[in-house]
Design a protein around this ligand. Structure first.
Ligand SMILES: Cc1ncc(COP(=O)(O)O)c(C=O)c1O
Length: 224
């Protein structure tokens, strides 16, 4: 049998996929399940996106590109940040990779040294801690609960940061809780973070999948 590298023993099989499989099984048994596991929309990829992918293939866009990503895409990304966030980036600031997981993995590999702490508000998307461990880091979880809307308080962040903190991961809206921080809440966290020499890794993957901030009680009421 192939002997795997020691570091593979640090990580566990994806709980997300195990939950998704369980939800699929319950659904097949006719049970009405709200599946909060894999972060996937419940609609098909829109036609214009499929058409653009087919068009690109037909045009032969299947070759190696600049490692940072093709220039028109990097320029389009700077445009998105300008339009939607009033942030000015140059295309040289943008690096495209194959999805959020790949980007997060690359960043953690690039910046975490052995023993560096990676601070993660919990509950969190399960891959964060495994990716931190694979980079030699130490995941440091900040707990949250229903009473706080599954959002952490500034004083909790303050208490979690040490001289070993290298990265703070923020996922808002959050998978799995849906917790979404307001502008004021983000500013309160930012004021603490700016006093520390750590990187903020903002996983904004669900920024478009949010319409209203619901307390989990309201959420449950809606689901009934
Ligand atoms: C919070 C979060 N970040 C990243 C990912 C992975 O995204 P991608 O499929 O783009 O690699 C997921 C997928 O579930 C996620 O929930």
């Amino acid at each position: 049998m192939t002997k795997l590298a020691e570091r593979t023993k640090l990580i566990k099989p994806s709980v997300t996929l195990a939950i998704a499989a369980k939800a699929g099984k319950l659904r097949a048994e006719g049970i009405d399940v709200v599946n909060f596991s894999a972060g996937e929309p419940d609609f098909d990829t829109p036609e214009h996106i499929k058409a653009a992918a087919v068009d690109a293939l037909r045009k032969g866009m299947t070759k190696y590109t600049d490692v940072k990503g093709i220039e028109p895409l990097r320029e389009a990304i700077t445009g998105k940040y300008r339009r939607e966030h009033d942030l000015t980036y140059r295309k040289e600031d943008v690096l495209v990779s194959c999805g959020a997981k790949h980007s997060l993995y690359n960043v953690l590999q690039a910046v975490v040294n052995p023993g560096d702490e990676v601070v993660i508000p919990a509950p969190y998307w399960v891959s964060y801690s495994d990716m931190a461990l694979l980079a030699g880091g130490v995941p440091k979880l900040i707990p949250s609960n229903e009473a706080s809307g599954f959002r952490i308080k500034p004083e909790q962040l303050q208490a979690a940061l040490t001289s070993r903190t290298r990265v703070f991961i923020l996922n808002s809206p959050c998978n799995p809780t849906g917790a979404t921080y307001s502008r004021d809440e983000l500013l309160a966290l930012a004021r603490i973070l700016e006093k520390h020499d750590c990187l903020i890794l903002a996983d904004d993957i669900y920024e478009k999948i949010v319409s209203a901030r619901l307390s989990s009680t309201a959420c449950r009421r809606r689901m009934r």
